[in-house]
Design a protein. Structure first.
Length: 321
């Protein structure tokens, strides 16, 4: 008898750009999205909930920064990341395609590549699918458990495992993104001076970063797009105008707070707080012009008519009926 448990879409045998919905898609790092990985050093924060970041060698070369993502249930994404939608999405898979942290990063990084603006963030080189052996190796290094039980051997996956797998994730590989390795240092005044113009350029490319606190910058460059919304995105299009305004204001305010923090550091290299950023956060947000929702995302689609039909007819329950 066939199982009634809902399962998210399986990956094709030959990896394709992800996510598999209209809009930007990140390509695999290699043709089969698999490599030999040597985990060298943990680079992330202990309280990171979406991912692990490690300094690695790949196929004996490197070094790179590898961001390895935990799994998220589609119900969690619906109730948290997608809570602002004015209508529910038509299928559970869509919550993963648009709001899962891995897919959010894929979309943002590919938009930067398409627009030839990879200078706006730490560069990503593509995604990988982690093998079961690599999963076990990383789990051993993090937990100290010398003999982790593979999730495939567990009778019922309830999320109480290292990778947060539920039954809906059974058989899916852990995903990772290969990024350029950069130093973990505070920005110079010149680097800090670019953070505000860079954020405006990101917005003008249809990317709402979602989390611009100081911990997501290294040397003045963004390293985290796990909460980003990149046009086309229902989280930008199908929310109340007031809510979108709040998201924009939070984005700007977090960066402003980071500038305030940097100006208080003891240094001879003084960092200035952008006056227009202060003004936008103090009540002049209506004058801000670089709204992500206005970006012409269809310019990158091979079949714009099909992409429009998809987002108008397939995304929402009311429109799909």
């Amino acid at each position: 008898m066939a199982s009634s448990v809902f399962r998210l879409d399986r990956f094709p045998s030959l990896p394709t750009p992800l996510p598999r919905v209209p809009g930007p898609k990140l390509t695999p790092f290699t043709s089969d999205a698999q490599v030999h990985i040597e985990f060298v050093e943990f680079l992330g924060r202990e309280n990171d909930v979406d991912s692990l970041v490690w300094k690695v060698k790949i196929n004996g070369a490197g070094h790179f920064a590898l961001k390895v993502f935990y799994f998220r249930r589609w119900e969690f994404l619906r109730d948290n990341q997608a809570a602002n939608l004015t209508s529910p999405l038509a299928h559970p898979q869509l919550y993963v395609d648009y709001f899962d942290p891995f897919n959010c990063e894929c979309r943002a990084y590919d938009r930067l590549k398409d627009a030839k603006r990879e200078d706006l963030a730490v560069k990503a080189h593509g995604y990988l699918l982690i093998t079961p052996q690599q999963e076990a190796d990383l789990e051993r290094r993090v937990t100290g458990n010398p003999d982790p039980v593979p999730d495939a051997n567990v009778g019922q996956l309830t999320g109480h495992n290292f990778w947060n797998r539920y039954e809906q994730h059974r058989g899916l590989p852990v995903r990772a993104i290969v990024r350029e390795l950069v130093s973990n240092n505070y920005p110079t005044s010149a680097q800090a001076g670019c953070m505000w113009p860079d954020l405006q350029d990101l917005h003008s490319l249809g990317i709402l970063v979602g989390d611009t606190h100081g911990g997501n910058y290294l040397g003045g460059k963004l390293v985290d797009f796990s909460r980003s919304l990149t046009m086309y995105h229902p989280g930008l299009h199908y929310i109340f105008e007031r809510t979108l305004r709040e998201l924009m204001l939070n984005e700007l305010q977090h960066l402003l707070d980071h500038y305030y923090f940097l100006t208080n550091l003891s240094s001879d290299d003084k960092i200035a707080v952008p006056q227009d950023l202060e003004a936008f956060c103090s009540g002049d947000l209506d004058r801000y012009q670089n709204l992500p929702i206005t970006y012409d995302w269809l310019q990158w689609e091979e079949d714009p008519a099909a992409a429009v039909a998809y987002v108008e007819q397939a995304l929402f329950k009311e429109e799909a009926q």
